[in-house]
Design a protein around this ligand. Structure first.
Ligand code: ZN
Length: 397
């Protein structure tokens, strides 16, 4: 049995369970951890003894952030493309092929080093769970190795062979869809939990997306997709139709899209089994200087909303969940509580997990101690390194 750990003297504990307000806040609280799990939450004054002790010093403690959308397996960067965009060029998604070329040319160790660097960067900013997609290999061998390397770091791995049609298939996209659904999927399945498609003009149309996602589902993968980022389209409703865990971006939505998402929400008491979460990725709008998604409209309609970084070298090269929380509050009119919930419990729902994103007995012991007295400071003090300590799986990092 591993030693127990007590985190006490917590001024404000965000549990996302029972407690005050939407975040289930408890004051002057303590959390006891055994075997990587939360086993007790209660008043600090009544905390049981433990082998090890972390004194939060009156600071706020949150569940670790759950970043449910990231593209970490790539080589090279696209800083010049970013600079050109900031000088006025529009974002089209075409730069993905630049990264595909660099990724194919990289060694396994180079890709592995990038994944570890970015995962470490995110961990230091409080991210204790991070989904990782493939999607810059786009050959059978390169997608398989991307997922194999991703799986060394995360159990939440996503096959995104349908990111874009690679240049060598530009004039025969049907053949590429056949490759994705056939040998590429077969090579990906041992390392992947999810399948994803970039359903957008210039990437994959709705018929191709439906075919690819159905193949993935038949192979046992869960469905998520990139939809309605650059313009309106059928992606969101396709996701709802297929029971996707999440549709990501949701920047351009019709009333029917919002209604479809809202219709998937189950009673909060009965879990998240068939909910399709709307995962908003404000780092992408920031980095492409685009209008932000209307989070208020989604929340007011009763849609379950998550926040994630979309960390990737083209359209959102940030690994910072606190930055996304600040953007969501300032630019998308989410309250600080809504944004913190979306970045923790919301991300967990988007991955269909109930053991993370909460700090209640039985949950995985993923905790973040802030250098601040309240979760409000994440948006109130943007750009400031407020993560004092991260505990992951019960282990101080
Ligand atoms: Zn993405």
């Amino acid at each position: 049995m591993s030693p127990s750990l007590l985190v006490d003297n917590i001024g404000e504990l965000v549990t996302n369970g029972a407690g005050e307000g939407p975040l289930g806040i408890r004051r002057n609280a303590a959390v006891l951890v055994e075997e990587g799990r939360v086993v007790w939450v209660g008043p600090s004054a009544y905390a049981p003894a433990a082998d090890h002790h972390v004194d939060a010093g009156g600071a706020a403690v949150l569940p670790g952030f759950v970043d449910s959308h990231a593209h970490l397996v790539f080589a090279g960067d696209r800083a010049a493309e970013f600079a050109a965009r900031m000088a006025g060029q529009p974002y089209t998604g075409g730069g993905i092929r630049t990264t595909v070329g660099a990724t194919r040319a990289a060694t396994d160790d180079e890709l592995r080093a990038t994944v570890r660097r970015l995962r470490g960067e995110a961990l230091r900013q409080g991210t204790t769970t991070m989904e990782i997609k493939s999607g810059y290999g786009l050959t059978v061998a390169d997608e398989a190795r991307s997922l194999r390397i991703a799986a060394e770091t995360s159990t939440e791995t996503t096959f995104l062979g349908a990111h874009v049609v690679p240049a060598e298939y530009a004039d025969r996209p049907d053949d590429y869809v056949g490759l994705v659904c056939g040998p590429m999927l077969a090579a990906a399945v041992p390392y992947a939990k999810w399948i994803d498609v970039f359903c957008e003009q210039g990437a994959f149309d709705v018929d191709h997306a439906r075919a690819i996602l159905a193949c993935g589902q038949a192979a046992g993968l869960g469905v998520r997709l990139h939809a309605n980022q650059l313009g309106p389209g059928p992606g969101v409703q396709l996701g709802v139709e297929l029971g996707a865990a999440s549709v990501d971006h949701c920047t351009h939505l019709s009333d029917a899209d919002v209604d479809a998402l809202a219709s998937t929400r189950m009673d909060s008491t009965s879990g998240s089994g068939t909910t399709t979460v709307a995962t908003l990725l404000p780092g992408a709008e920031f980095s492409t200087r685009s209008p932000y998604p209307d989070a208020r409209r989604l929340l007011d309609a009763g849609v379950t909303v998550a926040l994630a970084t979309d960390c990737n070298p083209g359209s959102s090269y940030t690994s910072s969940m606190p930055f996304c929380v600040a953007l969501a509050v300032r630019e998308m009119r989410m309250t600080p509580a809504e944004a913190v919930w979306a970045a923790t419990a919301g991300g967990a729902r988007a991955l269909r997990r109930d053991d993370i994103g909460v700090l209640t007995p039985g949950a995985r012991a993923d905790l973040v101690v802030l250098d601040a007295p309240s979760h409000l400071h994440l948006a109130y003090r943007p750009g400031v390194p407020l993560i004092r300590q991260v505990i992951r799986n019960g282990v101080p990092q």
